[in-house]
Design a protein around this ligand. Structure first.
Ligand code: PEP
Ligand code: MG
Length: 769
């Protein structure tokens, strides 16, 4: 059964057309299970019925004709119960219903399994027999459940592909279908999708049309000839070291590159109008699946060679491509995995929105997007990315949804939200030079989190009082090698100068987790629990020392630098880092610089540090809480994983308790404590942190004006009352509702994300919010 299952699954993955996939399933399952009938019913949203879509054993004329309501028959019962139903004699079941069009009255035994994707029932798969005495055994039931799970993915993908083009699974028009992911950065954007992808990665190549077929074929032929030359040269060079059977591999490669084989098929696709990289991807994938299905181990392994060949051809094709795609006026950048470098390539003023398949609301690229004020949706795991290129898209960064091919009504609805946002922002500009204080005069400075130099410009215009967190890894990430001491000094000087004499807190390099440097790859099973932040830099004192020296030198004449250490989990890390910082400071002074020793602080981001915060705070000048990581580690929820995004609660009672304790303990030992996680930029979060006694809040520049407005609209009694109330609650959802209610009561409800009602939107993927 296992090998049958594998070959059916592989065959299924190779089929692009939904009807072909359903017909194949019906036929293969019927044969594999030796049953008389196998049928697939899909749920049709419009009619609210299960429609017979494919069958082996029932009358073919019934396909598309038989419609079963959820309250009808055994198929309806399987769908409603969302579990398999296995009956020895279906005729005796009270829900059994006879559909004359199918001829199924002859059948007795019945096994029906729901087809479920992300908690949504997409259909039902059924096998039937005439012999009343036969009951499908456990193995058969498990087989059908496994097939159904695979089929669910294929159906969902096909549904999503159709919906992007405005067609539903039943072939009707599908307008305003929402694809749900996770909110990345607030705001709404309407624009045109531009799919960007990493080089030489076949899987992420989008399916674009080509304008000039002949030129595209020429381009492809040039790539084939270049790869053929490469293979020949490598083969000749290695010949003396290889055994004949190994040399034969090069022959295989060259044969595959023969005109009639792979290249011929790719050219056929190009003639159908697909561009060369997309045609290559389709043909290579088809070959790979074909090889993977082979029984022979040696031949199965050849799939690897095909993939390798495909990658080589793609890489040559990409050499010929213009370096940068064309970016329309309002670009919605779409990628399997967005990187800061991809964002940086869009010309200034043209980046309207971001869409990423991977990552979640607290991934670093989402944080960067928030800092830039670009509406973003992350974790759109079920979306066929390649189809979004060139399409009109709406990005709803409040709900974490996108829409392709929107109706005029839906566009008008979102345009009105954009206008409202612009009005709100205009109203906040006048607050720029006003202090951040409550109605009863409690003052709390608002700092900004920065990474790019554009953040600095925005922060100044938004009235930030200093930098609470400069993420130094950002300039490292947009470089192609470690920046030199001189280069780093120039980056840091810009930040320090812009805010002097106000303080600028620079965090030492915090890489690892979801922050990768292309030139310093860290590959780990469990990156968020691995080599991250201070752990990396203490292991590489040469990198750490250069960075500290650059920071210290950059502060000459300004003396507004504070150095902050990320990911501290024990006191010896602080002592080791302090030792290196002293060393760097002495070295710089020995070079003739006249500088005061900068203040050194730490981030509290790991639960262990919460319990040791007194010992930690006693050793440093200041403490800042990184609530993004603290939340992920307290709740054991990967901040980058959309599958568990709904479990990442900043208002979780455990998180709030930890934040209270850190503030209390730092003050008990006489050290200032601030917060630089995203919670500080959340209106409700800011009020709670104020009540907990935090000395400063640091957030992205986009959120700063609204937080100032929120704090200027409340008094300390309101903040303390709200904190006391939420600390008695045990559910993050109830806490959120309680906080939102309090904001509305205080007349500052306009800062809560807008409600969308009555817009006729249908959700395709289960919302993870
Ligand atoms: C945090 O973890 O809260 C933080 C501010 O650091 P980062 O988001 O860069 O990990
Ligand atoms: Mg962190």
């Amino acid at each position: 059964m296992l090998s049958t299952l594998r070959s059916i699954v592989q065959e299924l993955n190779g089929i692009n057309n939904l009807q072909d996939a359903l017909d194949t399933i019906a036929a293969r399952v019927q044969t594999a299970m030796h049953t008389e009938v196998c049928s697939v019913y899909l749920y049709d949203d419009k009619s609210g019925c299960y429609v017979l879509k494919a069958t082996e054993g029932l009358y073919k004329s019934a396909v598309g004709q038989v419609r079963i309501a959820p309250s009808e028959g055994l198929v309806g019962l399987v769908g409603t119960r969302e579990e398999p139903i296995n009956l020895e004699d279906a005729q005796k079941h009270p829900r059994n219903r006879y559909f004359p069009e199918t001829g199924e009255e002859r059948f007795g035994s019945f096994l029906g399994v729901p087809i479920i994707h992300h908690r949504r029932v997409l259909g039902v798969i059924v096998v039937q027999e005439t012999q009343n005495s036969r009951r499908f055994d456990e193995g058969e039931e498990a087989f059908l459940v496994t097939i159904s799970a695979q089929l669910a993915g294929v159906i969902a993908h096909s549904e999503a592909t159709g919906a992007i083009g405005g067609i539903s699974i039943s072939g009707d028009q599908a307008r305003d279908v929402a694809f749900s992911g996770v909110a990345g950065a607030q705001g709404v954007a309407i624009g045109t999708g531009v799919v960007v992808f990493p080089p030489a990665d076949l899987d992420s190549v989008p399916d674009k049309r080509c304008e000039d077929v002949d030129a595209e074929i020429e381009r492809f032929r040039a790539a084939v000839s270049a790869v053929r030359d490469d293979v020949e040269q490598v083969g000749e060079r290695l010949a003396p070291q290889l055994r004949p059977e190994e040399q034969a591999l090069f022959e295989v490669y060259l044969r595959m590159l023969h005109d009639h084989a792979l290249p011929g098929e790719v050219e056929n696709r190009i003639r159908e109008g697909l561009w060369a990289p997309g045609s290559l991807k389709a043909v290579v994938n088809q070959y790979v699946r074909h090889f993977e299905m082979m029984g022979d181990h040696y031949l199965r392994e050849r799939a690897v060679d095909i993939r390798d060949l495909g990658r080589r051809l793609l890489s040559h094709l990409q050499e010929g491509e213009s370096e940068t795609p064309e970016y329309p006026e309002r670009t919605i950048l779409v990628s399997d995995e967005l990187t800061p470098a991809m964002l940086g390539e869009v010309p200034q003023g043209q980046l309207a929105g971001l869409v990423s398949v991977r990552g979640s609301g607290n991934s670093h690229v989402a944080i960067l997007a928030r800092a830039m004020g670009v509406p973003t949706v992350m974790g759109l795991v079920d979306i066929p990315v390649a189809q979004l290129d060139g399409r009109e898209l709406i990005v709803d960064g409040y709900e974490g949804q996108i829409f392709a091919s929107p109706s005029t009504e839906l566009k008008a609805f979102f345009e009105s939200i954009i206008e409202e946002e612009q009005e709100l922002v205009k109203g906040l500009e006048e607050l720029r030079d006003k202090p951040c204080e409550t109605l009863d005069g409690h003052r709390i400075p608002l700092f900004v989190n920065t990474g790019l130099i554009t953040d600095v410009v925005r922060s100044l215009s938004h009235g930030a009082e200093g930098i609470g967190l400069y993420r130094t890894e950002v300039p490292f990430m947009i470089n192609e090698r470690f920046p030199s001491e001189q280069e780093q000094k120039a980056y840091y000087r810009e930040q320090l100068e812009a805010f002097a004499p106000a303080e600028v807190t620079m965090r030492t390099l915090d890489i690892g987790g979801d922050k990768a440097l292309t030139y310093f790859p860290i590959v780990e099973e469990n990156p968020f629990l691995g080599w991250r932040g201070i752990r990396v830099t203490l292991d590489h004192p040469e990198v750490f020392l250069v960075q500290i020296r650059a920071m210290i030198k950059a502060s000459e004449g300004l003396d507004n630098l504070r150095i902050m250490l990320p990911m501290i989990s024990n006191v010896s890390e602080i002592e080791e880092a302090q030792h290196l910082i002293y060393r760097a400071w002495h070295e710089v002074r020995d070079e003739g610089y006249q500088l005061a020793m900068p203040q050194v602080g730490v981030m509290i981001e790991i639960p262990a540090a919460v319990y040791q915060v007194r010992e930690i705070a006693a050793r440093v000048d200041f403490v800042s809480v990184g609530s993004n990581d603290l939340t992920q580690y307290l709740l054991a929820v990967d901040r980058n994983n959309p599958r568990v995004a709904s479990l990442y609660h900043s208002y979780h009672p455990a998180v709030l308790q930890a934040l209270c304790q850190v503030a209390q303990d730092c003050h008990d030992v006489g050290k200032p404590v601030s917060i630089c996680g995203e919670l500080a930029g959340d209106p409700g979060g800011a009020i709670l942190l104020l009540a907990m006694g935090y000395d400063a809040l640091s957030m992205n520049a986009s959120n700063l004006p609204r937080i100032k407005s929120v704090i200027r609209g409340i008094d300390m009694d309101m903040a303390r009352g709200l904190l006391a109330e939420v600390l008695t609650l045990d559910s993050p959802h109830v806490i959120r509702s309680c906080v939102e209610l309090a904001l509305r009561k205080a007349g500052i409800g306009r800062f809560i994300r807008p409600e969308r009602s009555g817009s006729g939107v249908r959700e395709l993927a289960a919302s993870r919010e």
